[in-house]
Ligand binder design. Structure first.
Ligand code: ACO
Length: 330
């Protein structure tokens, strides 16, 4: 039997600078009550202008390395899920690889927007399951403030900056580690949530800058409707096809885009509130960062023990969505 990929370490980083809803009230026509009641967000973190996403990934990995006493030379691969790479190329994973001294690792970036971490976890787990690699870092990190239009109240209130990381290693127990993943895409969502310019279709030009095409755009209502049903669908599906009921789960760790989307998924899974990990009020939507950041917070607060069953679920641009079933193994 092929080895399972088990999570043997975690880390996270949230920049120290806090931007509250009241700070945003000074920038656009919005208010704390609207933001909290529609999204659950009270504040978010903003990374310094001169730092990129790789900085947060490196800080998250440093936290993991300190906890694990991990030698960077032993790392085989670094997968970075992000939609806000430091540069389109070279990859953010190569920057991180250099910064942490992982001289024997290869690095690759992966873009599945808010579902990026679930996709990257599946990819990293598959690397381990082949038997070819023994230590794979899976990072989810985004500096959303770098693509936010702080004149657009429909988007700027929703997002923040943050990062998380897990270390995957082989495990012998077939009932522990990354047990299953459901990944889905629907490209018809491309017109509902996007950043139009900066790629090969609309390279940076005076026109793209004048038209503010380097910012995130979202048709919030349409995305909301898709997210509510699709994230609940894959969360329920992964339980059903593994013959698990909601009460068997220790934690549901969902992507943190909107509290109402999280609650809809939790309801479909018949979960109690204490099973649902929510930190959206402090960080907003950090895109690929949300799930590993939340997982790491639970871990360092002492909330996880060997054998705990976890489900991660996400929905994001593409559209992309997915879920993962994990049994905690350390
Ligand atoms: N403050 C005050 N009023 C606002 C704000 C704001 N910040 N933003 C919008 N409004 C107004 C709108 O203009 C609208 O006014 P109108 O009725 O006069 O036109 C009204 O509030 C209601 O707007 P809706 O868009 O219908 O509000 P909704 O209840 O849908 O909430 C939200 C908006 C929070 C964006 C929600 O639609 C949502 O969460 N969408 C999904 C987000 C998501 O999951 N994204 C996926 C991940 S992101 C990624 O992959 C990168």
């Amino acid at each position: 039997m092929a080895k399972r990929a088990i999570i043997t370490g975690v880390g996270h980083y949230a920049p120290p600078h806090i931007m509250t809803n009241h700070d945003i009230e000074k920038l656009v026509d919005t208010n704390d009550e609207w933001i909290v009641s529609r999204t659950g967000i009270r504040e978010r973190r903003i990374l310094d202008k001169e730092l990129g996403t790789s900085y947060m990934g490196v800080e998250a990995i440093k936290m993991l390395m300190k906890d694990k006493d991990l030698d960077p030379k032993d790392i085989d691969a670094i997968i970075v899920a992000t939609v806000t790479p430091d540069t389109i190329f070279p990859s953010t994973s190569c920057r991180i690889q250099e910064a942490i001294g992982a001289v024997n690792a290869f690095g690759v970036d992966l873009n599945a927007a808010c579902s990026g971490f679930v996709y990257a976890l599946m990819t990293g787990a598959s690397y381990i399951e082949t038997g070819r690699y023994k230590k794979v870092l899976v990072v989810g990190a985004d500096k959303m403030s770098s693509i936010l239009n702080f004149k657009d109240r429909a988007t700027c209130v929703l997002f923040g900056d943050g990062a998380g990381v897990v270390l995957l290693e082989p495990g012998d127990d077939p009932d522990s580690g990354v047990l299953d993943c459901v990944l889905r895409s629907d490209g018809s969502g491309k017109d509902c949530l996007y950043m139009e310019a900066g790629g090969s279709l609309h390279p940076a030009s005076h026109e793209t800058v004048d038209k503010e095409m380097h910012f995130i755009y979202q048709d919030g209502r349409t995305v909301f409707k898709f997210a509510v049903t699709r994230m609940a669908d894959v969360s329920a599906e992964i339980l059903e096809r593994n013959n698990i009921s909601g009460s068997d789960l220790r934690y549901f760790i969902p992507h943190q885009a909107n509290l109402r989307i999280i609650e809809a998924a939790a309801k479909r899974m018949k979960l109690e509130p204490e099973q649902v990990v929510v930190n959206i009020e402090r960080y907003g939507n950090t895109t690929a960062g949300t799930i590993p950041l939340a997982l790491s917070e639970v871990y360092y607060s002492g909330g996880l023990k060997k054998g705990d069953l976890l489900v991660f679920s996400a929905f994001g641009a593409g559209f992309t969505w997915g879920s993962a079933l994990v049994r905690w193994a350390i």
